[in-house]
Design a protein. Structure first.
Length: 94
């Protein structure tokens, strides 16, 4: 009985926290990074610079999502840069 009440309390608390934080804002930085990378993708130098900045600002799952998105979107034209930064990206995801 106690554990059931405790579990309900935790679930309600998590829901309240997520509502308070407005989870859509949580991924705002990821979306911003995607927009910037798309706009600078014409230049390998700018792309690498902005990707490095994004990796410093994003956290956990956001980094992994950006990595997958970059390989899907820019894998052909910026594969060398993505491969060079792969070890940095893998470190951040852990």
């Amino acid at each position: 009985m106690f554990f059931h009440l405790f579990e309900q309390f935790i679930n309600l608390t998590v829901v309240r926290i997520l509502n308070y934080l407005n989870i859509s804002e949580f991924f705002a930085m990821l979306n911003y990074a995607k927009t910037v990378l798309t706009k600078v993708s014409f230049s390998a130098l700018l792309f690498e610079k902005e990707l490095r900045k994004a990796l410093k600002l994003l956290i956990g799952e956001e980094v992994n999502e950006l990595r997958l998105w970059c390989y899907t979107r820019f894998g052909n034209e910026h594969e060398e840069i993505l491969n060079q930064l792969k070890h940095e990206i893998d470190f951040l995801v852990l």
